[in-house]
Design a protein around this ligand. Structure first.
Ligand SMILES: *[C@@H]1O[C@H](CO)[C@@H](O)[C@H](O)[C@H]1NC(C)=O
Length: 228
């Protein structure tokens, strides 16, 4: 059976104490794409059980998947049993998917065990995917030559323009992901308009720009995993 590991942040607050966490629709919509495809899904986070959801995203998103996700007993059980990143064995999974929210910028970006996990998936030739601020979790991922997994690759994430229009100021989060990806040699791409769907696939690296990109990104992963 195809197995996907979804990674969520454990960071409840930004650097300045504003609400962070993981972003509901970017977990819920991909989760049901994977489940409806017949895949098995597990969750992992730096601190394990019950990673904190962004309450702002809960208030904002009332789509079917987001509403169902919060009430789904399977999901509630899986979040309660959420593995610690340090406990994950990458060889048990076919793909890894990083959910966005401000949390990943705060904790996953500099988590060394997470860096090892990304590198293990990458070097195992598996799909490494992330949406919105999820690519923060990929920053320290390395290929077998020790190079950044972003180097020379087409990639997207929440853009600087979207951060400035809809996000937090730099002092709350420390860095903007678009800048970081370019520093690491990634070829950043984005949609024409703010918050429009944009999915980029380059080899085994799959990224989505923003909340609107979460489901299309997951559907693309489903399509490609089914062909493997
Ligand atoms: C990881 O999983 C693989 C495949 O299920 C298994 O062969 C291996 O022993 C596991 N490694 C560890 C450290 O548990």
């Amino acid at each position: 059976m195809t197995k996907v590991l979804m990674v969520l942040s454990s960071a409840a607050a930004t650097l300045t104490g504003k609400e962070a966490g993981w972003y509901l629709p970017e977990a819920a919509q991909p989760y049901y794409s994977f489940i409806h495809a017949g895949f098995h899904v597990d969750f992992a986070s730096p601190e394990g059980r019950d990673p904190p959801v962004s309450q702002k995203s809960v208030e904002h998103y009332k789509d079917d998947e987001s509403v169902k996700f919060l009430q789904d007993q399977d999901v509630v059980d899986k979040l309660e049993k959420c593995k610690k990143i340090s406990e994950v064995n990458s060889s048990e999974y076919d793909a890894i998917f990083y959910v966005g929210g401000y949390g990943p910028v705060v904790d996953l970006a500099d988590d060394l065990q997470n860096a090892d996990l990304v590198s293990a998936f990458w070097q195992g030739g598996k799909i490494v995917s992330a949406v919105c601020h999820g690519p923060a979790g990929l920053i320290h991922g390395k290929d077998s030559n020790g190079k950044s997994i972003f180097e020379g690759k087409k990639v997207t994430c929440l853009s600087n323009a979207e951060e400035k229009e809809h996000g937090f100021p730099l002092k709350d989060i420390g860095f903007y992901l678009e800048d970081k990806i370019e520093e690491l040699g990634g070829k950043f791409e984005k949609a024409k308009g703010l918050l429009e769907c944009h999915v980029v696939v380059d080899g085994q690296l799959y990224t989505g720009q923003n909340p609107a990109s979460a489901k299309p990104l997951a559907d693309r992963i489903v399509q490609d995993l089914k062909q493997q």
